[in-house]
Write a protein that binds this ligand. Sequence first.
Ligand code: NDP
Length: 343
Amino acid sequence: DKVLVSGANGYIAMWVVRHLLERGYAVRGTVRSESKGKFVKEYFASLGHGDNLELVIVEDIEKEGAFDEAVKGVDAIAHTASPFHSNVKQPEEFLRPAIQGTVGMLKSALKNGSKVKRIVVTSSTASILNPSDKPSVLSERDWNTSSPKEVEEKGADAPPMVIYRASKTLAEKSAWQFVEEHKSELKWDLAVINPPFVFGPPIHDVSSPASLNTSLKSWYDNVVADTPKTKDALSFSSGWVDVRDTSLAHVLALEKEAAGGERIISTGGSFSYQEWINVANSLPPPVYPSHKLPTGIPELFNSETVYNVVYDKSKEEKILGIKFHTKEETTKDTLEDFARRGW
Ligand code: NDP
């Protein structure tokens, strides 16, 4: 079978492509330019998968019919492309590619994807969580209602993270709405994966810590970088998942019948940054030789610490059943990867 993966050069998408190729699928990836595709091609050729990977250029995912050609002949689709950075000035810079990119992919699949049986869209727990001060347990039944409202009210004055959260919420909502409106014509169904913060070893094209994708850069800045850390930053807590696990969740969501029509949170659990620091410092040497890791305020995290958010894992366990990496495993593998790069 052949799977189309949009934004194939991204942090999560590279691992999605890798799982697919290792499981014997053929992959067609979309990238925005020839130059972004070069690294992807070379990386998978070096793993011996060059023959099963084809790349196509989709310059502008907002354009009507952007994916019309790319969907032809594929059996399934993983749509991951969506902006996630903090240099956003106007909400539309995120909302347009997130929403039109997602709905555009579904439209193209309806029009030209005669072989498509399942589409998996990468959403986020950003579509689930209403940021609040009260610790909460959240599940797939919850929706982020506050970020779209805040963006509507504040426009360009809304903080970048709020714009990002709104873009993910509105994109996922639009996807479910498209499916509802076209259900009598569809030969495929939709599954959505909602990852929280994604950490773990990168295989995409990164040349320096500064060029890391947003979530892993945050881990690097808090757990590895030799910079002063505030108490607020150290005690920040949320949900997390290893990139190798959430990418596998995408593949299993394509394979498992029961994933059709479901949004599924894929999480390894909750974290605080001080907890990651404590884990990093507890690993036997010489995991990270280049400099001494920060220690933060070790006692800020202990067995009594209450996480701000806990995500319900029961749907994932029932439908996908992934054995998630532990914090120790993810930390060790990530630090070893960084050390190999000389960071
Ligand atoms: P990356 O930034 O590494 O990947 C983003 C991908 O989307 C890249 O291929 C990028 O292409 C593409 N993209 C970004 N903006 C646009 C645009 N305007 N038009 C077309 N393509 C675009 O991030 P991640 O791998 O982390 O993100 C992948 C997906 O996972 C996103 O949908 C994100 O929202 C979601 N996600 C990420 C989480 C995380 O913690 N990392 C958590 C939950 C969800 P290019 O390289 O050309 O910019």
